[in-house]
Design a protein around this ligand. Structure first.
Ligand SMILES: Cc1cc2nc3c(=O)[nH]c(=O)nc-3n(C[C@H](O)[C@H](O)[C@H](O)COP(=O)(O)OP(=O)(O)OC[C@H]3O[C@@H](n4cnc5c(N)ncnc54)[C@H](O)[C@@H]3O)c2cc1C
Length: 358
């Protein structure tokens, strides 16, 4: 069986590893000269979003026999709105390395490949490969191909600007900033890379014509982050969130971001990318229905994304109220400790509500 995988990111590498495990050796084509994003960053596996999966590293190990090592546990999260601040303590998630670091998620997955050839510096066109190969997996981390195939529905653009700073930081902590003055209804997050460096990411949703550097300046000034030494900043290429109407078109399968598997509330999609890559491999090798295999993960993404329209209506006053509510004794601890998958559950209800309104 001839299988081509386009993109050596999370979903492409997970797909290749699972293909190998099932006895098929695919060809992977990567446009860049190395595995992983060129910018240094840490990603988050937030408990609040991934609660339904349980402990994520454990889930991956037990369900798919994949061991991926996070860099740190997140045990403290400070949430800040213009006039309110709340600290959450507990099991809040994991930081994972992304990009070209030796233990980035991408490089950890890459090390699972024993026989697969990964052709670097090889951007390829899926239309050509679809004629040559039995199966083509699109794992390019963008929507271009799904759009061309007529299955992509736009859910809005997103931008991230990352400021790398030096100072003193607690490696197990995160600070989340909510303020429409610079983030609109997106957010900013300070994530320590070590005790002495951190990344401050400003994530803006749905605005195309913005002067992002002015907004970064506003963020640093309003939140007093100018006290840190700014080492450099990275403007990450803008991307589009969306949803696909079909995951398989003939012999072409879409995975990860190319399949719209990034939720639009805060933009997590790394676990979804890994799972979709594995499911694509299983669908191909075992001749199973990819749409069926992918359904649970699509439902998860849809449920979480259903909270976005609510967030889009929030003002700074609403953010203050939300944090005041969270600060009530009991609610704060419940938000961290109850085993219920709250975000997914609320999202599920809102999904029906949003659907009925259309
Ligand atoms: C700035 C940012 C921060 C994020 N933070 C988080 C987070 O904290 N937590 C979380 O869970 N998720 C996060 N996400 C989302 C998550 O990272 C993505 O959903 C995930 O990386 C998608 O995986 P993928 O395999 O679809 O694409 P990617 O991991 O982006 O990989 C795509 C690969 O395809 C290659 N490629 C592209 N076109 C071609 C071509 N024509 N030919 C050959 N190769 C090609 C690219 O070079 C790349 O290597 C973030 C995303 C961004 C952009």
């Amino acid at each position: 069986m001839r299988v081509a995988i386009i993109g050596a990111g999370l979903s492409g590498l997970a797909c290749a590893a699972e293909c190998e495990k099932l006895g098929v050796i695919p060809h992977v084509f990567e446009k860049d000269d190395a595995i992983g994003w060129p910018w240094v960053t840490v990603g988050l596996w937030p408990t609040l979003i991934y609660k339904g999966f349980g402990d994520v590293p454990e889930y991956l190990r037990k369900s798919y026999d994949i061991t991926l090592k996070p860099v740190a546990r997140v045990t403290k999260n400070i949430l800040k709105s213009p006039n309110k601040e709340v600290t959450l303590n507990g099991d809040l998630g994991y930081y994972v390395d992304r990009g070209r670091k030796i233990d980035s998620l991408e490089n950890q997955l890459y090390r699972y490949l024993k026989r697969t050839a990964v052709y670097m510096n090889t951007p390829v066109d899926y239309k050509e490969l679809a004629k040559e190969y039995d199966w083509v997996v699109i794992a390019t981390g963008r929507e271009k191909e799904a759009r061309e195939l007529g299955v992509w529905e736009d859910l809005g653009g997103a931008r991230t600007i990352l400021v790398i700073v030096a100072g003193h930081f607690e490696p197990n902590s995160a600070i989340l900033y909510l303020n429409t003055e610079y983030a609109g209804t997106g957010f900013a997050r300070l994530s320590p890379f070590s005790k002495s460096t951190a990344g401050i990411g400003l994530n803006i949703f749905g605005k195309d014509d913005i002067d992002s550097m002015t907004l970064v300046d506003r963020l640093l000034e309003i939140e007093g982050l100018n006290k840190y030494e700014i080492l450099y900043h990275v403007v990450i290429p803008p991307f589009t969130n969306g949803r696909v109407s079909k995951f398989r078109i003939g012999n072409i399968l879409l995975t990860g971001h190319s399949a719209g598997l990034v939720e639009t509330l805060i933009g997590t999609g790394s676990l979804e990318a890994i799972i979709s890559g594995i499911m694509a491999a299983r669908a191909i090798v075992r001749n199973e229905s990819y749409d069926k295999l992918i359904k649970p993960i699509q439902n998860h993404v849809d449920n979480v994304s259903s909270l976005r329209p609510l967030m889009d209506r929030c003002t700074n006053e609403d953010f203050d109220k939300l944090l005041s509510y969270l600060d009530i004794i009991g609610v704060k601890q419940a938000a961290v400790n109850i085993p219920i998958d709250t975000v997914n559950m609320i999202g599920k209800v809102l999904k029906t509500f949003n659907h009925n309104k259309k």
